[in-house]
Write a protein of this length. Structure first.
Length: 125
């Protein structure tokens, strides 16, 4: 009897950037999956490219299942460089923003549509 070798390879992980494109004048980046220091690079690149050419960047985060401090650092940096809006944040994202105390600074919206329709923030007085 001939035995087939076992396949010990792991399936390829899904990319953390599901899609990107312009909607209603905003650049939208859709993130998904587990985003940590090992997987954040594609999202980092997508967000930096978005900031380079767009005044408003929307991160659609409904499919993010885990996020760590590398994701949080990226959001804070993007918030400092552009008008960042986080749309439909998954529970993991909401929990991270609250735990870090930045949920009052980084704007979140319940849906992608509400993030796209949000008026620009008022200038500081």
């Amino acid at each position: 009897m001939v035995r087939e070798p076992l396949d010990n390879s792991t399936p390829a992980a899904q990319p953390v950037v599901a899609a990107e494109g312009e909607i209603d004048g905003c650049w939208v980046v859709r993130a998904r999956g587990e985003i940590d220091s090992d997987s954040v690079d594609p999202l980092f690149i997508a967000m930096w490219q978005a900031v380079a050419g767009h005044e408003v960047v929307v991160l659609e985060a409904s499919a993010v299942t885990f996020a760590d401090s590398s994701f949080l650092s990226l959001l804070i940096e993007m918030h400092q460089r552009t008008r960042l809006r986080v749309a439909a944040p998954a529970a993991a994202v909401t929990r991270l923003l609250r735990t870090a105390g930045v949920d009052r600074v980084i704007r979140t919206y319940p849906t992608l549509e509400s993030a796209l329709a949000a008026p620009p923030p008022s200038p500081p007085a």
